[in-house]
Structures are given as structure tokens and as C-alpha cells.
Design a protein around this ligand. Sequence first.
Ligand SMILES: Cc1cc2nc3c(=O)[nH]c(=O)nc-3n(C[C@H](O)[C@H](O)[C@H](O)COP(=O)(O)OP(=O)(O)OC[C@H]3O[C@@H](n4cnc5c(N)ncnc54)[C@H](O)[C@@H]3O)c2cc1C
Length: 373
Amino acid sequence: MDAIVLGGGLIGAASAFFLARRGVRTTLIERNRVGSGATVASFGNIRRSGRYLPQLPLAHRSLALWDQLATMLGRDVEFRATGHLRLIFSHEGLRAMRSFAEDARPWGLELEELTAKDVRARFPGIGPEAIAASFSPKDGSGNPRLIAPAFADAARKLGADIVENIEVEAVRKSEYGFQVETSKGVYAASMLLNATGAWGARIAGLFGETVPMVAKGPQMGVTEPLPHRVLPVVGVWAHDHGGGYLRQVERGNIVFGGGAERTDVSLDTGYAKADPARLPSQLRSLLPLFPALRNAAVIRTWSGCEGYVEDGLPVMGPSSTTAGLFHAFGFSGHGFQLGPGVGDVMAEIMEKGRTDIPMEDFRVERFQKLPRP
Ligand SMILES: Cc1cc2nc3c(=O)[nH]c(=O)nc-3n(C[C@H](O)[C@H](O)[C@H](O)COP(=O)(O)OP(=O)(O)OC[C@H]3O[C@@H](n4cnc5c(N)ncnc54)[C@H](O)[C@@H]3O)c2cc1C
């Protein structure tokens, strides 16, 4: 059994690792450097609260993998289960949190509800005006710079071929299987996994499949190091105060995102640029989460090109037109948490033809036009 994985972000690199671990002869083809797309730009949030409920089994499987990655990959990818604190500043936020918490319980996610007093006692300096919060103790964050290269290196050790910095000229299927024509020659295999992130709909389009998706760049930033005060990842419910989020890394810097409109990105360049004009209002929207930000200097801002599918859900599973073709793209800003789980489940589907994880809602067929009656 052999497979080409097209695209070396977290999704492609994790899939290559799990395919190789299952004994599938695997070639990962990344036109730039592994991990240099949306993955390296990510905030690094490993969060299950607020997710589409039928995605929770996959999110749980992924979280369990994040916890094992240091051993599995032989490298610390800085997964820290610091917990995820989601602040509430409005009655709408409280309603949204309670309704999600109740609906999520049968799906195996328990959120603790914290009162305003609990928040102040447990997390001093965070959300002083919050009226309540949810806390998900097992969630946390990982390092977006380390994760995809760690998966790719571990895949290489299992025998996968990792091909980077290459011009991909054509992707085709013939009676002999898939051929990927590149500046370094032709690669062929019987299976192809489309893990090309924001470019996923273009590759699907080559095989007659239409996915409504746009490319956008969320705006991120990082401050100078501050004294350690923020342990969990901090976000908000119901888009209170613009929907900002932040976390403090071990070196002390505060990484932040949200609270600013995503910019449009052209897929021809894939170049996503942070807009300095949006930074002041973005920072203002974060002050209710962590007022000490008021005196912090921002040392870097950035963005990254991510694909947003019209219905907000990713495309995962077998192609509806082409035997041997599989898709895993369009993670709409949620793919970092899911990445290891998606790699594991896609490898399982490709090698065994099935998985116990519910994947129906993510199939590419959902966009097929129904025939006229
Ligand atoms: C600014 C930002 C913040 C984010 N924050 C979070 C977060 O906090 N939590 C969360 O869960 N998710 C977050 N995400 C989303 C998350 O980073 C991604 O969903 C996740 O990393 C999975 O990415 P991917 O592998 O699908 O795509 P990518 O990392 O973009 O990888 C796709 C790769 O395919 C390559 N490629 C494209 N076309 C071709 C081709 N024809 N041939 C060969 N290679 C090709 C590209 O070069 C690219 O490297 C964020 C995204 C951005 C942009």
C-alpha cells in the first residue's frame, strides 16, 4: 500500500506519520517548508469548548494524542494542559456557555462553571469585570513552530519520504494511480491525501469536486515578556469584547489573537499580512481579559493563510468522485487542536477503509448540488 500526502502542514505531517506507522509507503510533498503555512501562524490553542458537537469524539482523540506526543515523536512540542478559561461578560455569554455545557456533557466534555468570585480567587489579574467563566482543565496549548516538523521528522524515521521546496506542476489520476508532477520529477502512488489547507478546494476541483471556501488571515501578535501571571489559555464566550484570546508562554510573552477582522488573502500568493491599523482596537478589546496588557509593548504581529469553508466545518474523508483520493482540509481556524487526531483517523480510513469516529458530517458530498426533482 502506498500514499502521497500533498501538503505538509500539521494535517499532512500528522497523516504522513500515522500512515507510515501503519506500514503504508508514504511520500509527503510540501511545496515550501513543512509547517510553514497556517500551522506556523497558529495561536496554538488546544480547545474543545465551543466546538461543533459531533466533532467532539475527534477532538477527544486528538487531545489524548497531544498528551502522548512527547513520547510518540521523541520531542517536546510544548503541549501544556494549562486549562482553558473562557470569560463571560454578558448575560448572552452566560446563556451561550450554559447551553453549550449542557449539550456537550453527553459528548464527554465537562466544563466547570466559575462564578465571578471563583475567577478572581483562582486567576488573579484575569477578567476582573467578568461575571462568570467556564474552565476546561485538560485543554491548553502547543507550540505551532515545532509540531509539523516534529511529525515529519518522526515520519521520516519510520521510512516516509519527506519532499520539501518543490514546484508542484500537475496532479493527475490515471489507470496506474496518482501522479504528482514536480520540478524534481514525478511521484506516483495508489492513494492521494489532499492536505493542502487553504488550497484544498483547488485540488478537490481538479477531481470535479466543488467546495465553497475562502482564504482569510486572522491577525495575531505577541508582547515583550511580562512577569508570569496567566497560566491557562484565556478566551471569551459569545464574542464578548470582540472575541479576543490570549495566553502567556513560558518565556513570559503574551500571545494574542481575535478582536480584529480577518483580512482577505489571495491564494495565488498565499501571503497573509497583519494590518497595523487594526492593532490598537485589537489590544483595546483584550484589556478586559487581562488589564496588565495596557503597559506591554507589542514586539511582533503576523497573520497566516487559512481556508474557511462556507459552513464552518472542515472537509474530511474519501473523495466522492475518485477512488483512492482523500481530503482533509478547510479547518477554518480550528485545525491545530484537531491535527494529531485528524492524521490518526485519516490514516485509519486510508489503510483500513473505516473508523469508529463519526465523520459523516464532514464529507465532501455535502456540497454536491442535489438533482432537480
Ligand atoms: C493566524 C492563525 C491562527 C490560528 N490559530 C488556531 C488556534 O489557536 N487553534 C486551532 O485549532 N487552529 C488555529 N488555526 C488553524 C490551524 O493553524 C490550522 O487549521 C492547522 O495548523 C492545520 O493546518 P493545515 O495543515 O490544514 O494547513 P497548512 O498549515 O496551511 O498546510 C497546508 C500546506 O499545504 C501546502 N500546499 C498547498 N498547495 C500545495 C500543493 N499544490 N502542493 C504541495 N503543497 C501544497 C502549503 O504550502 C501548506 O504548507 C490558526 C490559523 C491561523 C492562520
